[in-house]
Design a protein around this ligand. Structure first.
Ligand code: FPP
Length: 247
């Protein structure tokens, strides 16, 4: 089944270079089973592994996962702390395997807000996997799209005030270079699970022309086959970037 979908991907056209994912539905997955929410997040870790392995198999270059939003800081302290512990566990358990697979992990977001223990854990996974060439994995932690844009605006204003930049030189390229995703191509495909049709403050600048794929699957149930289906859906689209069709 999995290799059949991969064969179809190979003959269907370009594979998206950069896939971003809003991993949604952990809470609902847990509630449906009468389990506490943190069990849903824990189960979500398996789906993270599936998405990474699927991305490598399909030939995706960059996978960007929304692991913790700036809004998530407002969840009950117990859930925030469960999510931070899970990130620590993930960093400890998966580092070696990710290194072996050639996955280079990057962690992007307002990391000053993250507690020192989690910060150290994510630093070790970033250092331990640096140089991997099979896939670049961006874990977005303490990330919010509007905050990212404000941060860029502040940085550019600072450069202007200090006389290092002229306002008329601020163009899309200069702006994009101040974002967390500096140097990366914009996502070609955004996958959101659990059937919600929202961006939820994710990569607001970068998603301008991205194709969206909404999957009904709750994140803990997400498998590599679901990623392959999303890629096939992407390959059926005609990307126009605001222009007219060539035909
Ligand atoms: C959304 O589900 C998911 C999150 C807030 C956290 C995502 C975290 C993981 C998938 C865990 C592991 C990740 C890594 C990188 C180790 P929700 O709680 O909003 O679900 P609901 O909408 O059903 O309540």
């Amino acid at each position: 089944m999995s290799s059949d979908l991969l064969d179809r991907i190979r003959v269907s056209g370009d594979v998206p270079r950069h896939v971003a994912v809003i991993m949604d539905g952990n809470g609902r997955w847990a509630r449906a089973r009468g389990l506490p929410r943190h069990r849903g997040h824990r189960e979500g870790m398996k789906a993270v592994r599936e998405a990474i392995e699927g991305a490598v198999e399909a030939g995706v270059e960059i996978l960007t996962l929304f692991a913790f939003s700036t809004e998530n800081w407002q969840r009950p302290a117990q859930e925030v702390s469960a999510l931070m512990s899970l990130l620590q566990l993930y960093a400890r358990k998966e580092r070696e395997e990710l290194r072996r697979k050639g996955v280079a992990v990057h962690v992007l977001g307002e990391l000053d807000r993250v507690d020192p223990r989690t910060r150290r854990a994510v630093d070790t996974i970033v250092e331990g996997t640096s140089g991997g060439t099979a896939l670049r994995l961006n874990l977005m932690i303490s990330y919010g799209g509007r905050e990212e844009i404000l941060r860029s605006a502040r940085e550019l204003a600072r450069r202007v005030t200090e006389g290092r930049l002229a306002p008329e030189d601020i163009d899309e390229r200069v702006f994009a270079e101040t974002l967390f995703t500096a140097g990366l191509p914009d996502p070609d495909l955004l996958v959101r699970t659990s059937g919600e049709h929202r961006l939820s403050n994710f990569l607001l600048w970068q998603l301008a022309y991205t194709e969206l794929h909404i999957s009904p699957v709750l994140w803990p149930d997400f498998t590599r086959e679901d990623l392959f289906e999303a890629i096939l859906d992407y390959q059926r689209r005609e990307r126009r970037f605001g222009r007219v069709s060539a035909h």
